[in-house]
Design a protein around this ligand. Structure first.
Ligand SMILES: [Fe+2]
Length: 118
């Protein structure tokens, strides 16, 4: 895999690889929210396995996007747990995309569709 490759979830269920289990950003938030009202978005790494955090191997940061609009960047040090809860409000339905970087295993994408209602 190249340095510039973006890895995403390609397997499901029991076929998930160990790398997918601990690197694919897991986005937890409601499936449907009200326009302009804050809700919580929790991001963890990953879903089934917690990514290790040590000075030789850690999640350095992630970026949260609503479609192509940047919402936030969260940076971690090896002394942090690789998770964050952010308060977000949206104006229209979109995909929440998280792009994360592990210093050893590169770039990973997670996505969750979210519906915004009046
Ligand atoms: Fe990693």
């Amino acid at each position: 895999m190249g340095y510039y490759d973006l890895k995403k979830l390609e397997n499901t269920g029991e076929d998930k690889t160990a790398l997918e289990k601990k690197h694919v950003p897991y986005i937890q938030c409601p499936d449907e929210v009200k326009k302009g009202e804050y809700f919580e978005v929790k991001v963890t790494f990953g879903k089934e396995i917690t990514h290790p955090m040590g000075k030789d191997h850690y999640i350095q940061y992630f970026d949260l996007y609503a479609n192509y609009a940047s919402l936030a960047r969260v940076e971690f040090t090896p002394d942090m747990k690789a998770e964050a809860t952010l308060n977000v409000k949206l104006e229209e339905s979109c995909d929440l995309n998280v792009y994360a970087f592990c210093n050893l295993h590169g770039h990973w994408e997670g996505r969750k569709e979210i519906k915004v209602v009046e």
